[in-house]
Structures are given as structure tokens and as C-alpha cells.
Design a protein around this ligand. Structure first.
Ligand code: HEM
Length: 408
């Protein structure tokens, strides 16, 4: 039986805020549904996603199978089969393949930059724009009270019958992905867009960080052509990398938890001995704002928290940076973590760096889309927080920005 409050907030799209509120009231452990225990501590991350943890993905991942042939690493709940599929998929995500992705990413970033000055925009409807809404419809099924019925019909080979009853949006989405790679569309497209939008939102709302980043980019490179991904990202692009980590911390592409089910024999999660069948998770949105872990400014966009500084004025020793880095799991952790993290970071760093080299960017005056507002209540008052809607993946609107070519 799903927890009704949890389902209610999933329908409203604010489940991540509701979960954050519950942690403020009940402490770092909370029962979100009769069978779901959620944590808000680094210890829970470590024990739950440890390679030896006696857990696996819960049955609701099966609800994402479009049909019986649609098994992939993301929706596969069998541990051994997942490992086999993952070994195969790893072949497409080596360092070498990343070098093949790079020209593709830079070509599209440059094209987007070319289109930014209004008149050159392409006319017509763009089907890709609506994909995120279709994905959200598709991903929402696990939070449905009808989950058990859906799984029962699927397990009896009645996927075809279910396809007939599918909402129009999900049918349309299935049609789009029929000839493409379904897994990579779900896992890689909207997640990356979310990260790019969040980074622009925070940079345009925190002028000090914006100025520092623009300075780094324009002083390091004499043209966008010099920007090459690789080791440089860690050395020359220190502040860019820190801005990226800060944006994915504050706007995780999956705001709620990645649940896992305890298997026969039980499991000890963050010191709690749990019996078989309990679903357990750590909520990204709440943990990434946990003041016990990040300190009193956990809600603020402060990229410096990711950079070692021995300066006594703003001292941030290496151990502190390593500690927070060990707690950032927006890309998942260990078993089943994100295979596309480097591709996503490549896309984000190229988009931000090339765009800020060419354009001055600011939030359009008077436009507040994407901001939270005082009247929205607890956990939603701060205008400098990017508003996400939780549809298992994050949906968002805005920000509305103005781009002015440098030297114009
Ligand atoms: C900001 C961008 C991204 C974020 C935050 C993100 C996050 C995640 C997370 C949290 C998971 C674990 C899901 C789970 O356990 O249910 C995951 C899995 C996955 N991601 Fe990403 N992702 C991003 C971009 C990408 C990109 C660009 C690709 C591919 C091009 C990709 C491919 C995958 C795949 C294939 C999996 C399944 C891996 C497995 O189960 O073994 N992701 N991602």
C-alpha cells in the first residue's frame, strides 16, 4: 500500500519539499510510507550504496519497461543481469569515447550561441522541446497507487493491453524513442538540461560568483576554440567546476530518493538493522541542503565550498573539501551510478564556458520565472532558490535570461 501523503505530494510535484520538511520535524530518519524508510545522513549513503549492501532496485523500476523487450541498466532490478548489461554499456563511455563526444557537444553549443541573437532563431515546432514532459509522464507511474496492478499486468505478459490504455503523451513518447536509444534519452537529456538551467539560474542570481567565473573564463582563454575538456577541467577551470558542483547540489536532476529494497537476510543501513522487503533511500534535495553536513549556508550558492583555500580569511582546508565531495551523490553512488556523468559535465562546462566567453548574461529585468516566492510558504520562500517540480526527474520553468554579445 503506497503512503497516501507521499502520493499526494508526488501528484503536486512538491514531494521533495515535503520530505525536506519532514526531516526538519522528525530528524534525519523518517518513514515516508508504511514500507519506506528515508534517511538524511552520509552514513546512509555509504551503507545503502555499498557494493556489498544486501539490497536491489525495488519492483517499481519494472513499471518503466515500455514492453518486455525494453530491459536496460536503469530499469533492470536483477543484480547479476544489471552487472552484465552495465559491462557492455561501459564500452560506450570510456575516456576515448568522450573525446568523440566532445566535437559533437562543442558544435551544438556553438550553434546555440549563434542562434541566441533573436532574429536568427529557427522557426517551427521543435518536438525535442516536449520530450521532457513525456519523460515525466512515463517516470511518474511508480508513484501511482495503481503500481501493483500495473506490475501484475506486465508480469502476465499484458504489456500490449497496457499500451492500448496508455495516456496519449506516453504513446507519443514511445513513438519518438522507437527508433532511438530509450535509455539514454531518459537518463541523459532532461537531466543535463536541468543542470544547465540551474547553473544559469544560480549564476545570474549570485552576481559575485558570476563575476568571478566570467573573469576566470575570459582570462584563461583567448578564444572558445582553446577550451578543451580533460585534465584542464580540474586544473585551469577550478571555479567553473566548483560552480557546476554547486548547481548540481542545489538542483539535483532527481530531487527525491533512489529507493532500494532490502533483500532476504536483512541489511544494516546507517546502524539500523532492517528486515527483508523494506524500501530505503536518501533524498537528494534534503541531503544536499542538510545544515549538519554543509553548514549554516547550505541553502546558498557558494562555489568556494568546493575549492581548497589555505587563506586564513576564508580558509577551506583540503580535508573539508574532500568531506563535502564524498557527500555529493547527484550522479548516484557506486552500484548503478550514472554512467554519463562525464558526458554531462562535458556538456555543462562547454555550454557555460563558451557562452560566458561570448556573452554577458543577466536575469531579464522583472522576470521571476524559476524563482521561489515568500507567499509559497515553508521551504519555498527564498527567491534565490531555483524552483524544481518533482516528477521523479526534475521539471522546471525558467530562468528567463538576457544575453548581450561582448563588446556590443
Ligand atoms: C546532470 C546530468 C545527469 C544526472 C544528474 C544524472 C543522474 C543519474 C543518477 C542519479 C542515476 C542513478 C539512477 C538510479 O539509480 O535509479 C543515473 C543513472 C544513469 N545515467 Fe545519468 N545523470 C545525468 C546525465 C546522464 C547522461 C548525459 C547520460 C548518458 C549520455 C546518463 C546515463 C545514465 C545511465 C545509462 C544510467 C543507468 C546506469 C545503471 O543503472 O547502471 N546520465 N544518472
Amino acid at each position: 500500500m503506497p503512503g497516501l501523503p507521499s502520493f499526494y505530494h508526488a501528484c503536486l510535484g512538491d514531494r521533495h519539499i515535503w520530505l525536506w520538511q519532514q526531516f526538519q520535524v522528525y530528524g534525519n530518519k523518517f518513514r515516508a510510507a508504511p514500507n519506506v524508510l528515508l534517511f538524511n545522513t552520509p552514513e546512509a549513503w555509504n551503507s545503502l550504496f555499498d557494493i556489498k549492501a544486501n539490497v536491489r532496485k525495488p519492483g517499481f523500476y519494472d513499471a518503466w519497461l515500455r514492453n518486455n523487450n525494453d530491459l536496460n541498466t536503469l530499469n533492470c532490478t536483477d543484480v547479476a543481469l544489471h552487472a552484465k548489461k552495465r559491462r557492455l554499456l561501459n564500452l560506450a563511455f570510456t575516456e576515448r569515447s568522450l573525446r568523440v563526444w566532445e566535437p559533437f557537444v562543442t558544435k551544438h553549443t556553438d550553434r546555440w550561441n549563434q542562434l541566441l541573437p533573436g532574429e536568427k532563431r529557427e522557426p517551427g515546432e521543435n518536438k525535442l522541446k516536449v520530450i521532457s514532459h513525456f519523460i515525466a509522464e512515463h517516470m511518474k507511474s511508480p508513484s501511482s497507487p495503481l503500481l501493483e496492478l500495473i506490475l501484475c499486468l506486465k508480469s502476465r505478459g499484458l504489456s500490449n493491453l497496457m499500451e492500448l490504455a496508455m495516456p496519449k503523451n506516453i504513446k507519443e513518447y514511445s513513438k519518438i524513442v522507437q527508433e532511438s536509444a530509450h535509455l539514454l534519452i531518459i537518463a541523459g537529456s532532461d537531466t543535463t538540461t536541468n543542470m544547465i538551467c540551474a547553473a544559469f539560474f544560480y549564476l545570474t542570481h549570485f552576481p559575485r560568483a558570476y563575476a568571478k567565473l566570467v573573469n576566470e573564463i575570459r582570462e584563461t582563454f583567448s578564444s572558445p576554440g582553446e577550451m578543451v575538456y580533460g585534465q584542464a577541467l580540474l586544473t585551469d577551470w577550478k571555479y567553473l567546476r566548483a560552480c557546476m558542483d554547486e548547481a548540481i547540489r542545489l538542483a539535483p536532476a532527481g530531487p527525491s530518493e533512489l529507493e532500494r529494497t532490502v533483500l532476504r537476510g536483512g541489511a544494516t543501513i546507517a546502524g539500523d538493522v532492517l528486515p527483508e522487503g523494506v524500501n530505503v533511500g536518501v533524498v537528494h534535495w534534503a541531503f544536499n541542503r542538510n545544515e549538519e553536513f554543509y553548514g549554516g549556508d547550505a541553502h546558498i550558492f557558494r562555489p568556494e565550498r568546493w575549492i581548497v583555500s589555505d587563506n586564513p580569511a576564508d580558509g577551506n582546508p583540503e580535508e573539508e573539501v574532500n568531506r563535502v565531495k564524498r557527500g555529493l551523490h547527484t550522479f548516484g553512488k557506486d552500484v548503478g551510478n550514472c554512467i554519463g556523468e562525464k558526458v554531462a559535465r562535458l556538456s555543462l562546462s562547454m555550454t557555460i564556458a563558451r557562452t560566458l566567453w561570448r556573452f554577458d548574461v543577466r536575469a531579464a529585468p522583472g522576470e521571476r520565472l524559476g524563482e521561489r516566492r515568500p507567499e509559497l510558504g515553508w521551504g519555498r520562500r527564498d527567491r534565490n532558490t531555483y524552483m524544481l517540480r518533482d516528477a521523479y526527474i526534475a521539471l522546471r520553468e525558467g530562468p528567463i535570461l538576457q544575453f548581450k554579445e561582448r563588446g556590443e
